[in-house]
Design a protein around this ligand. Structure first.
Ligand SMILES: Nc1ncnc2c1ncn2[C@@H]1O[C@H](COP(=O)(O)OP(=O)(O)O)[C@@H](O)[C@H]1O
Ligand SMILES: [Mg+2]
Length: 288
């Protein structure tokens, strides 16, 4: 016997909504809702989406009563200026806008730019929160924040500050992450610091695997150009367990000028390289 109805009802009650509230909002009759909630009629997918939004739950939770924990992505590289924040923001908007996923972006960098971007407007599927790494308890604050939001979002993106003084915090964040995104920029200076980041990967992977948790470090060649150094970035594939994406982002200033948390700053027709990158990430996520 179908049981989705009782989950629908449970989700409505939890959201503190009366039958009348829902029928008015969704423009359906009372009988229709009762039929849904007693599993008598199937709910069309479009309607499920509306209900999920109204009840503020995921569709899985709505139909199976299941709470699925968010996947945690951290954007890490000890080197500043390689594109952590840029990739974090662009990918958050991409998954929110194109996949309709709910994303929490946690900014640990106290960088004014992210705050300003958030002030300018945020996509309805995105929430932006800040952690003050100059406070006395940044890591426990962050862990609390993850705990509180684990079931409210599909993905949690953590933009991790590059500074050396927080190496231990960085390791803790990595340990919490299902996916670590490492932007790679081809220059001697960037590579030196990147190796320090890569060196942390095996221990984290090992620790997580002992807890049956997967761990996928993804390298993205950012600001790629036609230089000799740029070609050497591909040698990093497989190193320390790093999965280097085939697709890269070229060195184009466009990202900065039009970045926004509200919508992608370009259409996919104009931005093939970013589309290809997102598609490649999606394949990795689907397989893991
Ligand atoms: N693919 C790219 N092409 C051109 N400029 C980029 C690209 N990615 C990032 N940038 C620029 O490089 C600078 C540093 O990027 P940012 O994301 O702030 O790095 P991080 O967070 O690692 O310090 C920013 O001005 C950003 O706009
Ligand atoms: Mg940054």
């Amino acid at each position: 016997m179908a049981t989705y109805g009782k989950h629908l009802k449970a989700a409505r009650t939890k959201a503190n909504l009366q039958i009348k509230d829902v029928t008015e909002q969704l423009n359906i009759t009372k009988q229709t809702l009762i039929n849904y909630e007693s599993s008598k009629t199937e709910v069309p997918f479009g309607r499920l989406e509306q209900m999920a939004e109204l009840y503020e739950v995921t569709i899985d939770e709505l139909t199976k009563g299941e709470k699925v924990a968010a996947k945690i992505f951290s954007f890490i590289n000890r080197k500043g200026g390689v594109g952590k924040t840029t990739l974090c923001n662009l990918l958050a908007v991409a998954f929110a806008q194109l996949e309709d996923l709910r994303i929490l972006v946690i900014d640990t960098d106290s960088q004014k730019s992210t705050m300003q971007l958030a002030d300018e407007g945020v996509h309805r599927n995105i929430d932006v929160q800040f952690i003050d790494f100059d406070s006395n308890m940044p890591i426990s604050d962050l862990l609390d924040m993850l705990e509180e939001n684990m079931y409210q979002f599909d993905y949690i993106f953590i933009d991790v500050m590059g500074s050396f003084s927080h190496a231990e915090a960085t390791a803790t964040i990595m340990f919490k992450s299902d996916y670590v995104i490492i932007p790679l920029e081809a220059s001697d200076l960037a590579m030196g610091a990147t190796f320090q980041t890569l060196g942390m990967l095996p221990e984290i992977a090992d620790k997580r695997s002992r807890r049956n948790q997967s761990f996928t470090p993804i390298g993205i060649h950012n600001k790629s150009s036609h230089t000799k150094e740029s070609r050497s970035v591909s040698d990093l594939n497989g190193m320390m367990g790093l999965k280097l994406l085939k697709n890269r982002l070229s060195n184009r200033v466009r990202y900065k000028r039009r970045m926004s948390f509200k919508e992608l700053p370009f259409t996919f027709e104009e931005e093939d390289e970013f589309l290809a990158l997102v598609e490649e990430i999606k394949i990795i996520l689907d397989n893991g």
